[in-house]
Design a protein around this ligand. Sequence first.
Ligand code: GDP
Length: 285
Amino acid sequence: MDYQWYPGHMTKARRMMQENMALIDLLIELTDARAPQSGRNPDIDTLAKGKSRIIVLNKADLADSALTESWRAHFEAEGILTAAVDSRKGSGVRQLKPLIDRACEEKIERNRRRGIVNRPVRAMIAGIPNVGKSTFINSFAGKAVARTGDKPGVTKGKQWIRLNKNVELLDTPGILWPKFDDQVIGMRLAILGSIRDEITDEGELAVWMIRYLMDAYPAALEERYGIGADESEGSSNPAACVLEKIALRRGCLKAGGEADLAKASKVLIDDFRSGRLGRITLERP
Ligand code: GDP
């Protein structure tokens, strides 16, 4: 899905989030395991004030698992429970239910002390576009669900999915707007495909990506394209030199036979997004 974040979109998303936030006890925030911080919304802490929290690092199948663990430790140190999942295959999704119970223990206990026994804890999934919210909801709640109807007066127009006797999940995910006023965050989000490719020039994205790979994952360039670390030595612009080599090795050529850098950039970004470059995380805690 293409998203361009005009102020109007943002205002609407924010209003929806505020409205839904008033209905829930627990926020399950989805972020991309390949850029867990850039893929979050910086206003989320304010929006979710006073709510129980879980951060789900989605697309963990595409991310560097050692860094996924570092990110989990980072968020857990802030007092937020975490899970790493691959929603497409469903792996890791099962750990969510006990995690939700844990996150809501206090709330359920408080209710019980007040004599409220049949009021389920309510949760919502939220995240920026393309992070995998629909896939996650399907995988997490797809089968075992009894979708409850509208509850007049209380949750007009909202559908809830009953997860177990204690927990209900809002059927539609909350959309968070990414914030990419920082250029590096913008780069990461564009590489993930969370913001429109048109925002950033593809060649610029590819060169940024190559620089990052040369520094953090040099073996990926070697394994995928056969480009060794020494091949761009001496070049005044090693990343551009690598991009040209990718073009030549992948047969991305213009009519005259010269390297088609735009096409090579697409190949590289595509290879990253699909996992063909290996498991790569774009930022560390
Ligand atoms: P939404 O906009 O947040 O609802 O995102 P979608 O659920 O539509 O997912 C966006 C894309 O990411 C789709 O192509 C999904 O197949 C893919 N996707 C979602 N979750 C995962 C995951 O855990 N791993 C991988 N590899 N792809 C995923």
